[in-house]
Design a protein around this ligand. Sequence first.
Ligand SMILES: Cc1cc2nc3c(=O)[nH]c(=O)nc-3n(C[C@H](O)[C@H](O)[C@H](O)COP(=O)(O)OP(=O)(O)OC[C@H]3O[C@@H](n4cnc5c(N)ncnc54)[C@H](O)[C@@H]3O)c2cc1C
Length: 357
Amino acid sequence: MADTVLIVGAGIAGASLAAALAPHRQVILIEAEDQPGYHSTGRSAAFWHEGYGGPLVAPLTRASKPLLEEGGYLSPRGAIHLARADERIDLVEGVVAEPLDRAALDERLPGLNLQWQRGAFEPGLTDIDVARLHADFLAAARRNGAEVRTRARFASAARSAYGWNVKLVGGEQLSAALLVDAGGAWADEIAEAAGVQPLGLTPKRRTMVQLRVGRSGLRHLPLVVGVDGRFYFKGEGDRTLWLSPHDEIDCAPCDAAPEELDVAIAIDRFQQVVDWPVEAVERRWAGLRTFTPDRVPAIGFDPHEPAFFWCAGQGGFGIQTAPTAAQLGAALILGTGAVPTGVTPATYDPARFFSGS
Ligand SMILES: Cc1cc2nc3c(=O)[nH]c(=O)nc-3n(C[C@H](O)[C@H](O)[C@H](O)COP(=O)(O)OP(=O)(O)OC[C@H]3O[C@@H](n4cnc5c(N)ncnc54)[C@H](O)[C@@H]3O)c2cc1C
């Protein structure tokens, strides 16, 4: 069809863009797995963390907050940043935090190892109800006529007079005017299968562990994060918490699984923070965080192939930025100029990776 937009990948990136486009265009959203959200979207730590990803990501994160609040997707958590005496606590400009001395840290984190001498409390960090947010984007897309197809794996695409002839694995063919690449860790592979030059995306594995510890009252424990970038943990249940060694291990696109060594590293680092006895590893999982070469997302038309649109490189902030990233993507695709406030489209333009080519 003349104005059909085919979006590849139904994680948070593809689902949010489908919801934004469906009132205006015929949208087909294809997902290789049985369930949308099976990969990175279903494996996140579920935070809205204002400065996470740096100053160029923060405008997308900040502009998304009112939209997430409106839908009731956020719940307060707060973050405690921990530093040794010789470490600086550098937060992105504009992030509100109050300094914590050792006595204040002791009150909030009994059993804290002596090496942690300084801290800062950031009250604005919240949890995001990721499953509901993702499901609501998909439902909104469907309500507005989008076709959401699972077990539909993109195989290749060839240019036609009006746009694309797309082949799925299994042989089915689809036509579309515009191809949107929201394939997460696979986004470069998808581009290449459409004859489009890849961006140089790097998927990186991150490990998460759910620990049961010999301490109760943890459910609302703030995110505790080392400024050295070696750990974070947050309360989950009364005696359980989610812990990550903050790892970033280069990994080919795949169904990521945690390595025993990374689980052990996570626990070792946790034990250097607090003296809470580790009783059991209740769950462990891993997911891929996929980065562009400058670690800022790529949202925009490919500079060499105008019928190909990138929505990739969401790194460790794809959930908290999704509402605004989708608004930006829709504004560019529809040509409305309705760019979200505070967002500069050029920052995210994939053309920046091809300057000089
Ligand atoms: C451990 C961990 C913690 C994180 N914590 C946070 C956090 O606290 N806050 C935050 O904002 N973000 C967080 N993130 C990052 C966030 O999860 C990602 O940025 C986001 O989920 C990326 O969404 P996506 O839609 O691009 O990718 P995905 O969810 O991976 O979706 C891409 C989809 O494309 C599909 N696909 C691939 N190839 C094909 C094909 N050929 N045909 C059809 N479909 C295809 C895949 O099956 C997949 O479902 C975290 C990530 C991890 C791993």
